[in-house]
Ligand binder design. Structure first.
Ligand SMILES: [Zn+2]
Ligand SMILES: [Zn+2]
Ligand SMILES: [Zn+2]
Length: 243
């Protein structure tokens, strides 16, 4: 039997999924939807084919109603169980959190960090932040999941990232580069800050409603009262790409 790696955060068995590799063939990633993160063996994150990104969005969309929980204070390597070292990297999309094994077994990345690293996000404009702040008080940072009071903070107090949102155009571009399923160009940038904020709030309400419905069946802890920029962005990207 192949061994099923445990999630570095919740220590439950991860879901192993096969994705297309840019070098040809496939690679396996260990995903935890409750912790919203995945484990990369060394170099795996750079070997993920752009086409695999669409599959990843489809998976995240399928699991949109899953219960989420915050990351554990201490994350452990699925290979050697050592505590992972938390650090920050900077990509074009901004700062993102990484958790690495000192013995070089790989690293854990939240879905949000992965999106920032791959440049699938854009920074929210001041007007967009203000439009959101009129509708919701606190949001979860796309990059680290931390709670941000957007009436006062225009950057995340935990990871110090600028507030960012998944950018359908950036995702579309990555897919188009590989000639795979370049659909309609996303009209998100043409939308006014108010229209965008309304759309995001509506998406998150729908998701939260689904999450609550599922939890009535499975009594679990909930964060469904929170507004999560990452999951709202995933819904937005997914609804544009699947057309
Ligand atoms: Zn987990
Ligand atoms: Zn290790
Ligand atoms: Zn953050």
């Amino acid at each position: 039997m192949p061994f099923t790696p445990l999630c570095p955060s919740c220590r439950q068995p991860t879901e192993i999924r096969r994705f297309a590799a840019s070098t040809g063939g496939t690679l396996e990633l260990d995903l935890c939807f409750a912790c919203q993160g995945m484990w990369f063996d060394p170099q795996e994150n750079t070997r993920l084919a752009p086409a695999a990104v669409l599959e990843l969005f489809e998976l995240l969309h399928q699991h949109r109603g899953d219960a989420h929980h915050p990351l554990a204070d201490r994350l452990r390597c699925p290979r050697c169980s050592q505590a992972l070292a938390k650090g920050y990297d900077v990509a074009q999309g901004g700062r993102y959190v990484t958790y690495r094994c000192a013995a070089r077994h790989g690293r854990f990345s939240t879905f949000g960090s992965f999106m920032v690293e791959k440049g699938f996000v854009r920074h929210l404009s001041t007007m967009e932040i203000e439009a959101l702040a009129e509708r919701v008080g606190t949001i979860n940072c796309t990059s680290c999941g931390g709670t941000v009071d957007i009436r006062h903070d225009h950057a995340c107090p935990y990871c110090r990232s600028a507030l960012s949102l998944l950018d359908p155009q950036a995702v579309d571009k990555a897919l188009a580069r590989h000639g795979s399923a370049a659909r309609q160009t996303a009209p998100a940038d043409a939308a006014s800050p108010d229209a965008l904020a309304d759309a995001l709030v509506a998406l998150e309400r729908n998701r939260a409603r689904e999450e609550r419905a599922r939890q009535r069946e499975r009594l679990e802890g909930t964060r469904s009262d929170e507004f999560d920029l990452l999951t709202a962005g995933i819904e937005m990207v997914w609804s544009l790409l699947r057309r």
